[in-house]
Design a protein around this ligand. Structure first.
Ligand code: SAM
Length: 295
């Protein structure tokens, strides 16, 4: 059975944003916060197989340093291991349906659709893969995708690099993509994307999911794609940019996120070197999303 770290931070309300930011950076799928007297109790979960005790101790140390720098009281950071069953109960209590953009509603797999909903429902059970729609970078990608896919006759072929739970690939199909090719280096993400395609009653032939990275995709693709989705950290995107041209045609577009605002210039400059131009930059919290096209 898988186990999870249940991480709880009790801190001054003024430290809350920083705690959320630190957890986001670590790849948290969702962080909750509630009042605890005058303070805040912030809680998140991470799969045990990805985090050593030492990593958690380092995060606790960073949070204490953050508090010191901001001249705030030191936070109390506790963690404990819980098993899969307890995790899904706790997690499921926190995760609610979420409307994103004008067209989508992300619906946790275990909930019934709300009555009279006039949005396209994307059902999701992320398991341990990243991508519940609660993260700013996923939301920015989904909103950009909605704008990109506003023409119902376009029916583009799309590549999703780092598909996680499959949330972007599935959204692309629901909003009119003809075909998606998805890859992720993590086998759990591949399994999760396949399961979520089924959950949304989508033909698995419309989204081919493979374990690997951009290179794997390039070998597999019959030709260039119309659109590229890639929500991974900037460091990884910078490595992938040179090979992204192999997937592109003169009219291709891309939606890239997982980039911190202060990394956006470096990413934009690198894109320019490889024949891309940043058409728009959308931001949420400290994250940004670059909408790019070929020059
Ligand atoms: C931030 S998650 C994004 C998940 C989902 N696409 C979303 O937008 O919510 C990034 C995903 O990229 C995967 N990944 C990391 N490096 C990668 C690489 N070089 N090639 C392909 N996938 C990668 C991770 O395993 C993870 O599932």
């Amino acid at each position: 059975m898988n186990s999870w770290w249940d991480i709880q931070v009790v801190c001054d309300a003024a430290l809350e944003d920083i705690v959320f930011w630190r957890f986001d950076l670590l790849g948290s799928q969702g962080t909750s916060s509630q009042r605890k007297g005058q303070a805040r109790l912030i809680q998140t979960y991470f799969p045990q197989q990805r985090f050593e005790l030492l990593d958690l101790a380092a995060v606790a140390l960073l949070l204490r340093q953050d508090a010191l720098c901001a001249e705030l009281p030191l936070p109390r950071v506790d963690w404990s291991l819980i098993d899969d069953e307890d995790w899904s109960k706790s997690w499921k209590q926190h995760w609610q349906p979420q409307a994103i953009g004008d067209r989508l509603l992300i619906l946790p797999a275990w909930l019934s659709p709300p009555a009279d909903v006039d949005r396209q429902i994307l059902r999701l059970d992320p398991g341990v893969a990243f991508g519940t729609g609660t993260h700013a970078t996923t939301q920015l990608c989904l909103e950009s995708l909605e704008m990109r896919l506003s023409d119902p006759t376009a029916a583009p072929v799309v590549a999703d690099i780092g598909c996680g739970s499959g949330i972007l690939a599935i959204a692309a199909l629901l909003m009119g993509a003809q075909q998606v090719y998805a890859v992720d280096t993590d086998d759990m993400a591949v399994q999760s994307t396949r399961a979520n395609l089924e959950l949304n009653h989508l033909d698995p032939q419309r989204c081919l999911v493979t374990q690997g990275t951009l290179e794997t995709l390039t070998k597999q693709l019959p030709g260039p794609v119309d659109g590229i989705l890639c929500n991974i950290l900037a460091e990884v995107i910078l490595d992938l940019i040179p090979q992204m041209s192999d997937l592109a045609k003169p009219t291709s577009w891309g939606i890239l996120s997982g980039i911190l605002l202060d990394q956006s210039k470096l990413v934009a400059d690198t894109l320019e070197q490889y024949g891309w131009v940043v058409a728009t930059l959308w931001r949420r919290q400290e994250w940004c999303c670059l909408n790019i096209r070929r020059t």
